[in-house]
Design a protein. Structure first.
Length: 157
């Protein structure tokens, strides 16, 4: 009986195009997964997330819940009962604007679209921490209110 020879992986010829796949390197597990492509024409390259730029760039200080509501900017009010989202922009503080929505709801004043929705659908109102999320904080400066031209809504569906 003759021995069975294991074939070496075929190298791509000049006519075959090599395809590259990039994986984020997390350790030995990444190498194990990429071995699947060993006998294919797919070449593997790795990237990492901990770049020098990320390590050396200072991160802005985390704001406490109370501090974040003292800013101005773009906010989102949500009501989980019906998944309604209200997005607004305010020059004053987020806390003051929430109090205005709360006042309109409490006294059945229909100036606020959010309060009007709550009243029309017999919802109750929750705390600021449960209802409001800051999408983009921005400070008011001598030139007036400024929200960056590009901002990424967080947690929006």
């Amino acid at each position: 009986m003759g021995a069975i020879k294991q074939q070496k992986p075929k190298q791509p010829t000049r006519n075959e195009k090599t395809t590259w796949a990039t994986f984020t390197y997390f350790g030995r597990q990444t190498r194990s997964i990429t071995r699947i492509f060993k006998d294919t024409h797919i070449k593997i390259t790795f990237k990492i997330n901990n770049t020098i730029n990320k390590i050396l760039t200072p991160k802005p200080p985390k704001l406490t819940s109370d501090q974040q509501y003292q800013q101005s900017g773009v906010y989102c009010l949500t009501w989980p009962v019906c998944s309604v989202k209200y997005i607004g922009q305010i020059r004053g503080s987020f806390r003051k604007r929430f109090q205005e929505h709360f006042h309109d709801f409490k006294y059945n004043v229909r100036k606020s679209n959010f309060a009007t929705h709550l009243l029309d659908h017999n919802h109750s109102i929750d705390t600021i921490n449960e209802t409001m999320s800051v999408l983009q904080g921005a400070a008011e400066n001598s030139d007036g209110f400024q929200v960056p031209l590009y901002w990424q809504p967080c947690g929006m569906t």
